[in-house]
Design a protein around this ligand. Structure first.
Ligand code: ATP
Ligand code: MG
Ligand code: MG
Ligand code: MG
Length: 436
């Protein structure tokens, strides 16, 4: 991408309405623009990050055998009346009446809709288990939308749903999603701790929230210190094998949010207990027949009897993650993207674009990186060097190639690491070799 042709409306001033750093940086970096309270346009830079997060979430869902589909944003009121949640959900649900006076709603979640699809298409236990997901916009009329995309009213969620014949199957599905979430958040460069959680209006008895540590988080959390060092660390996972031991390793240690906290256990943990605040980025539930029973989602079982299916649901806040990653990774100069989600992985800064040697090197490096399929942004604008440095840092590009007129004469460029600030002078080919 040539920056001269891009659309990157950055702000110099810190926007007064933004209370937390991720919101400030997303506005300053020209990633989003508020349209009304809790509703945003995603500008090109923000959309790039959103799509990269979405892709990682999708790849991991697919790897665990979850099958993608797409349900609409608008849902008929009837299915929510069937489950009993139409009234129970309260004012967070945006209700709409169409021209024929039929009740619609903008979906805050999709348990009813997927149950309706399942019950009208699956008849036999032989088609179980099933794991289905979609990545779709949701609407919740939050009483206090704030912190930018972290608590929006319109937001992008990945929600998956499992259907099993019995409790043992439901737990296998739950464990798959549990491990899938560990892997997903690790790939996003985040330390997410699975915590015992309240099931809220979704219902059920088995539930974990995945929470990342951040002082600005809205959840009060307490966890065993060991979590700080626990990770899958890229170890291979046998997706068809028994995942219970791995899940047990993570659920065996104390970690709880809000109402699930246990003062007696916490007292006993003593020095090993860490308390603080966190951001909920994912939430998984196993809720048995809470929806399948009232909505009559049954299959013919092995013995010819009719069995109400066991269900679970599994959410990830895709758009919230954009803000959450920034909360976890930034400095005074701006955002520091983990490479996996960076809008551009490499930035080229030409400090003197009208100098022939600078222009030639810039163009050559740009073309080579593009040819290799690397997401590269080339700041070819006629701007002061200071502006270029600060914008490249603000938008958080991990690897920056700096071309100055003096170095360019002898074929040298500087390679800067956004995270450490380290700079190294290298010949053009050597610098490129580092990045390819
Ligand atoms: P919260 O406690 O923050 O209100 P929730 O528990 O109501 O979230 P869930 O119903 O568990 O949310 O939805 C699954 C995921 O969707 C959450 O873990 C979160 O990452 C995301 N999410 C929920 N509400 C919002 C929102 N208003 N804006 C952005 N993301 C959200
Ligand atoms: Mg909520
Ligand atoms: Mg919650
Ligand atoms: Mg939740």
């Amino acid at each position: 991408m040539l920056l001269s042709r891009y659309f990157l409306p950055t702000l110099k001033e810190t926007p007064a309405e933004a209370q937390i750093v991720s919101h400030r940086l997303m506005l300053r970096a020209g990633m989003i623009r508020q349209s009304s309270a809790g509703i945003y346009s995603w500008l090109p830079l923000g959309l790039r990050v959103l799509r990269k997060i979405e892709r990682i979430v999708r790849e991991e869902q697919d790897a665990f055998g979850c099958v993608e589909m797409l349900m609409p944003t608008l849902q008929p009121a009837e299915i929510w009346q069937e489950s009993g949640r139409y009234d129970a959900y309260g004012p967070e649900m945006l209700r709409i009446i169409d021209r024929h006076e039929r009740g619609l709603l903008y979906g805050p979640t999709n348990e009813e809709m997927i149950t309706e699809i399942f019950r009208s298409t699956v008849r036999s236990y032989r088609h179980l288990p099933k794991l289905l997901y979609h990545i779709q916009w949701k609407f919740r009329d939050e009483i206090r939308p704030r912190f930018g995309v972290m608590r929006g009213r319109e937001f992008l969620m990945k929600d998956a749903y499992s259907f099993d014949l019995d409790r043992a199957g439901a737990i296998r599905s739950y464990n798959k999603m549990f491990v899938c979430y560990l892997r997903t958040f690790e790939r996003l460069g985040l330390k997410a701790i699975p915590m015992r959680a309240d099931t809220g209006p979704i219902g059920g008895d088995l539930s974990h929230e995945f929470v990342i540590l951040a002082d600005t988080g809205e959840s009060e959390i307490a966890y065993h210190r060991d979590f700080l060092h626990m990770s899958l660390a890229g170890q291979p996972v046998d997706l068809e094998g028994d995942l219970q031991p791995l899940v047990d390793a993570f659920t065996g240690k104390y970690a709880a949010t809000d109402e699930q906290r246990d003062p007696a256990v916490e007292a006993a943990l003593g020095e090993a207990l860490v308390t603080g605040r966190g951001i909920e980025v994912g939430h998984i539930f196993s809720f048995g027949t809470k929806y399948s029973r009232p909505m009559n989602a049954v299959v013919v079982g092995p013995g010819g009897d009719s069995v109400c299916v066991e269900m679970g649901s599994y959410g990830i806040g895709v758009s919230r993650l954009v803000g959450a990653i920034i909360e976890a990774s930034h400095d005074e100069a701006g955002i520091i993207w983990p490479e996996s989600v960076a809008p551009f992985v490499v930035g080229i800064l030409s400090l003197k674009p009208d100098d022939a040697a600078c222009a030639a090197i810039g163009q050559r490096m740009y073309e080579q990186l593009v040819a290799q399929g690397i997401d590269v942004v080339y700041d070819d604008r006629d701007e002061r060097a200071g502006v270029k440095f600060s914008e490249m840092d603000l938008i958080g590009v991990p690897h920056q190639l700096i071309i100055g007129p003096r170095g360019a004469k002898s074929g040298q460029v500087e390679l800067k690491d956004r995270r450490t600030g380290e700079r190294q002078e290298l010949a053009v080919e050597a610098a490129l070799a580092r990045l390819l």
